[in-house]
Design a protein around this ligand. Structure first.
Ligand SMILES: [Zn+2]
Ligand SMILES: [Zn+2]
Ligand SMILES: [Zn+2]
Ligand SMILES: [Zn+2]
Ligand SMILES: [Zn+2]
Ligand SMILES: [Zn+2]
Ligand SMILES: [Zn+2]
Ligand SMILES: [Zn+2]
Length: 293
């Protein structure tokens, strides 16, 4: 997560022109600007300056879980238990050892209470502890109830998505047709597919809009995890699992097929049929991936 922009992947057998959307992590609903919550914006009088600075820094990066550096824990509104973060909750509550009917995800926008990690005071969601005053997360989104001391992720809240994302708002734009934030590098060059991100990955079936792993747009406009696409390639699959269009520019490969087919005449009974032992070419788009049924 977190790397920005178009990433051409490792050298493959041929050039691929798929594009990395850099889907990022995101958190909770509903839309609302988080600008006023950005840390470090409060103007401080010089007398208080040292104190405020101290509260910003005390315990900074020392608390949290494997998912976030933060100085508070949350009370899950669903089961009324305390967790480091919503991912910790969801992992614990969807464990295979938990009775199926008790498994659940946290309704993250309904989180109301947090517990300061420094003084233990339980309180309503806010950036600074009402008791000890410590900043509980340098990045704070009141809409998403998201706290994170690791601001190197360049979190921002997208009101179009209704959630916080990472990678820096200057590097992304919200495409209202696709319904998702894409790298600004794709602004005039990505194929728009209505609700492109609001689907499961065709390989692993994770819901892409909420995925914390990088997502890529294939040339057909369908979306897929970057890692799942790479896995497909490792197994020599180069077509979109949804529409079977090529996931990269395969014209060089098709040329090879053309040559090989021309050099391999079919037995008489197959001639004039749209079938060849070597491969089958789509008469419409000249691709050998697109199969018509
Ligand atoms: Zn719960
Ligand atoms: Zn966690
Ligand atoms: Zn406190
Ligand atoms: Zn947010
Ligand atoms: Zn967005
Ligand atoms: Zn779009
Ligand atoms: Zn996947
Ligand atoms: Zn497709």
């Amino acid at each position: 997560m977190g790397e920005v922009a178009v990433m051409h992947s490792e050298p493959l057998q041929f050039e691929c022109n798929d594009i990395n959307v850099n889907m990022t992590e995101k958190e909770v609903y509903p839309p609302e600007s988080n600008v006023e919550h950005l840390p470090g914006e409060e103007s401080s009088q010089s007398t208080d300056h040292k104190n405020i600075n101290d509260l910003q820094e005390r315990g900074y990066m020392e608390y949290g879980c494997q998912h976030y550096r933060r100085r508070c824990r949350i009370r899950a509104p669903c089961c009324n238990e305390i967790f480091d973060c919503r991912h910790c909750h969801n992992e614990a509550k969807n464990d295979i050892n938990i009775d199926q009917k008790h498994r659940h995800d946290i309704p993250r926008h309904q989180v109301k209470q947090v517990i300061c990690s420094l003084c233990g005071t339980e309180q309503e969601v806010q950036q600074n502890c009402i008791n000890c005053g410590v900043c509980m997360g340098k990045y704070f989104c009141g809409t998403c109830k998201l706290f994170d001391d690791d601001i190197s992720k360049q979190q921002y809240h997208c009101s179009g998505c209704g959630i916080c994302r990472t990678g820096g708002s200057e590097n992304f734009f919200h495409c209202y047709k696709c319904g998702c934030c894409y790298s600004t590098l794709l602004k005039n060059s990505h194929p728009c597919v209505e609700g492109a991100m609001h689907h499961d990955c065709p390989v692993c079936f994770e819901y892409l809009f909420e995925s914390r792993n990088d997502v890529t747009v294939m040339p057909c406009g369908h979306t897929i995890h970057k890692s799942c696409l790479n896995e497909m390639r490792e197994h020599f699959q180069y077509s979109c699992p949804l529409c079977l269009k090529s996931v990269c520019d395969m014209s060089k490969v098709w040329e090879k097929f053309d040559i090989e087919i021309a050099a391999t005449p079919m037995p008489e009974q197959y001639q004039n049929k749209m079938f060849h032992f070597v491969a089958q070419k789509c008469p419409n788009c000249k691709s050998y991936n697109t199969r018509q049924t």
